[in-house]
Each structure stands twice: as C-alpha cells, then as structure tokens.
Design a protein around this ligand. Sequence first.
Ligand SMILES: *Cc1c(COP(=O)(O)O)cnc(C)c1O
Length: 367
Amino acid sequence: MIKFLDLKLVNQEYNGLFKDAFGEFLNKGRYILGDKLLTFEKEFAQYCGTKFCIGVSNGLDALKLIFEAYKVLGILRNGDEVLVPANTYIASVLAISNSGLKPVFIDPDIDTYNINTYNIEKLITLKTRAILGVHLYGGLYDVIKLENISKKYNLLLIEDAAQAHGAVFKDGRKAGNLSDIAAFSFYPTKNLGALGDAGAITTNNENLYQNLLKLRNYGRINTYENNLKGFNNRLDELQAIFLSIKLRYLDRDNTKLRDLAKYYLDNIKSEFIQLPKVFDIKQHVFHQFVIRCKDRDRLKKYLLNNGVETMIHYPVPVHKQLAYSEFNNLELPISETLSQDILSLPLNTSLSIDQIKHIILVLNSYS
Ligand SMILES: *Cc1c(COP(=O)(O)O)cnc(C)c1O
C-alpha cells in the first residue's frame, strides 16, 4: 500500500539532527522567545528575501495577526471586504471573518485552480480593502495581475503562502515577498513542516513588523506594560529549532517534489484524467498534485483497491460549509465543480520513483 503521506518517514532523515538539537535545548533551558527563534526568523526572512519575519503559533494565527495589525494601524475596519479564492482551505476565510471582516469569494480558474483574475474586478465595491491571494497547492497565483489590480484599486495585497514555501516567481522573488505581507503555516504536512503547530509572517513593512511583535505576545512592550490588546501567538523555541534544521534542506526537498511531479505530468496518459496546468514549474512547489476526473469517487476507490491512497483538497467548498451558512446559497460553479472532480495523488519526499511509476501504471490502466 502506498500511503498518501507518512510523516514519520518524511522526517526520518532529520532524526539525528533533531535529537542532537533537542539535547542542546534541554541543556539550555530556554523555552519561549529565545535566541533560536530569533535565528529562525532571521533565516526565514533571508530565505524569502524579506526584511522581517515574525514566528507565530500557526498559519491561521499568522493570517489573523496580519488583519489585526492592519486594524491597529487604522487601515482596516470592521465590515471591510476582503477578496479571497473560493476554493482555498477554510483557514484563509476563517481569518477574515474572525477578524470582523467580510470574505468575498472569487471563483478560480479551472485549469490552474488559482484565482481567476477576470472574476476579481466585478467583485470590487467601495468596501473592498484587500485581496488575500492564495498560492494553492504550491503554485503561485498570477503575480503581475494581482499586483496590478491591487495598485489600480488601492487594495492591500496579502499572501496566504501556507502551501508555497520556496516557490519562485520568474523575476526571482519568492512566495512571502510578493505582496505587502504574507502568512506561512509550518503545519507538519506543509513543504516546510514543524513537529507540531507553527507559523510565520513575512513583510518588508517595519511598522507592521513592530506591531506584530507586540500582538503575538499579549500586546506587551516590556514585562509589565501592554500597549495593545494582543494575543498569545508565539512560535515555540523548540519548533524554531526543528524548522531551522529543515529549512536548510527545503530547496532540495522542493526540487525532489518538482521532479516527481514532472514525472506525473509527463507520464500520466488517460482519457479519463485531466492534469493540472503548470505554466512554469519553478513557480510551483507541488504541495499537492491535484488531478481531475469526472467519476472521481470511482477512481479514488479503484486506486485504493490497487494499493494507492489518495485525498481530496477540498471536497466541501468553504461557502457550502455549515459554518458559513450565510453563504450557502452563493453560486460559485467552478469551485463546486472542482470539489467534485479533484483528487490529490501521493506526492512527498519519502516516495521513490518506482512508487510514482506504480501509481502511473495503475492510473493509466483505469477504464
Ligand atoms: C494549512 C493552511 C492554513 C492554516 O495553517 P495552520 O497552521 O494549519 O493554521 C491556511 N491557509 C492555507 C492555504 C493552508 O493550506
């Protein structure tokens, strides 16, 4: 059986380094906001090409803190509208609505799964203040078009880069440095995954940075004085240690994912299966490899019967969730079609080319 994802296997190669670092951590006795967090923040900012990085508790909190920081600065207010792709993971939308803002859903492009920029301008109103772009499945959204739209309408451009650590735009800029401010998740399954919950924010804006440092730590400026109504959203010292180790291998790991994905793209040949459209493989880090099939559930069962476990990202669109009943009547045809057609194939650094070949053989024999 080829499992969809075996995290123990993915992390196995780092176990020696993790154990050494954990021993050092125990000897030192510094658990929160120590120098290892500062080191990771410096390394990740440098990796992304931004001036600043703030380590935080997880990806959802990273997004929430971004919106809260803009509210502190008076740039966003309750009730402001934020454009967001309809086919994203629910966390992108939760961050918007939990911050008192209003999500406005954009139907995606059916071939790339990313924001269809033609749908954006129709949705802009006097209350629209921001676009939350998502690099879904690890593929960059249309960077130039989103930059142009945000400039033309004076909108904040915020990146949800939770699935795109290390994706590079053709001008050399990386995910996390393609907007005003970006949120990352280091949830264990992500391209850069911690051994628990973790996240980060990257930006070149010093004012946002200074406010975020306070907001993630009770709004405090020193031990006894608090200037903002903040949160406890710090990134653990221990997770920062693990992340610093894995960051050194991120480009190598992404190259491996890209090579395996390219093998899928070149060799899956079936009239029943549609492959994702990838314009520039460098702009993709293949957090997921998502195919489409009319009879998706039948294909999923067939693959399982032939020893291949798959998943669906995501079977229920956000606007169809009970949690968002106020949007249940919205019609977003592409998102709804995708939720029924898409299937994520196994793709991670623990897979061998022989396993990928086996999956392709099974797929190409489907009828
Ligand atoms: C994983 C993810 C998040 C949330 O990150 P957590 O660390 O799990 O809170 C947000 N947005 C997207 C697109 C994600 O994939």
